[in-house]
Design a protein around this ligand. Structure first.
Ligand SMILES: O=C1O[C@H](COP(=O)(O)O)[C@@H](O)[C@H](O)[C@H]1O
Length: 250
């Protein structure tokens, strides 16, 4: 299945349009199944999308108490740290809508009950996903209606960086990641096989620095070298770009 690419004229327009898509996808899934499940991304674009969801009048069409929320990756920092993807998502949206706290599933923090062992944190999140698995796919993770992901300048997605054991992982759904080239160095990430269980995978990114990895991924790069090239959805892979990030596409 080929990827779809939608290019918007500017980062704010991209975030607004992606927010509209996300609201529609959640409402449709809830109408069909009574529930919806999303995987959030960190980063500027992913957070801007959540801010737009919060500002949209259509947010009231969502049954927030019937939404399962997961994360694709997390910076392994103390709870509440402003650099945590969870903290940013809560500030942008989750603190302002009536989500069911029992359905919001942040990755562990480095000062939590599991201690500061990132591998233990990853195993714990993998167990949480396995317990919520509905066997829609061969991998022990829940049904994800939408997996939202960002793109790093060197082609990383979630916290899967080029040429690392994490991007090569094929058995586990969640891994601890150390020595990341982008700070903070220690992170927790879903693996490519886990991300690929998503019904729809959306890659959101903006800016000229992302043009090269975007072009490489869409030209069929090896995911070990350009991890975002390996992030595909079961029914849809959708790239949502601004003009600058799309500049090297032909
Ligand atoms: O560190 C991270 O960065 C990427 C991309 O972020 P951006 O600000 O360049 O859009 C993000 O996808 C990932 O979740 C996050 O942990």
């Amino acid at each position: 299945m080929s990827a779809e690419v939608v290019v918007h004229d500017g980062d704010d327009l991209l975030a607004a349009a992606a927010a509209a898509r996300l609201l529609t996808r959640i409402v449709d899934a809830q109408a069909a199944r009574g529930a919806a499940s999303v995987v959030l991304t960190g980063g500027r674009t992913g957070t801007a999308v959540l801010e737009h969801v919060y500002r949209s009048p259509a947010r009231d069409a969502v049954r927030w108490d019937a939404l399962e929320v997961y994360w694709g990756d997390e910076r392994f920092l103390p709870s509440g740290d402003p650099e945590r993807n969870e903290t940013q998502a809560r500030k942008a949206l989750l603190d302002h809508v009536p989500v069911d706290p029992g359905r919001v599933h942040p990755m562990p923090a480095s000062d939590g009950v599991l201690g500061d062992d990132v591998d233990r944190a990853a195993a714990h999140y993998a167990e949480l996903l396995a317990q919520r698995s509905e066997s829609v796919t061969d991998f022990p993770v829940p049904t994800f209606d939408v997996v939202m992901l960002g793109v790093g300048e060197e082609g990383h997605t979630a916290s899967l960086f080029p040429e690392t054991p994490a991007v090569r992982e094929s058995e586990r759904s969640v891994v601890g990641v150390r020595d990341c080239p982008k700070p903070p160095p220690t992170r927790v990430s879903l693996t490519l096989p886990a991300l690929r269980t998503g019904s729809e995978v959306w890659l959101l990114t903006t800016g000229e620095k992302k043009a090269e990895p975007v072009a490489a991924a869409l030209s069929g790069a090896d995911p070990v070298e350009v991890p975002v090239a390996g992030a595909t959805g079961r029914t849809r892979t959708l790239w949502l770009l601004d003009s600058a990030a799309a500049a090297r596409l032909h």
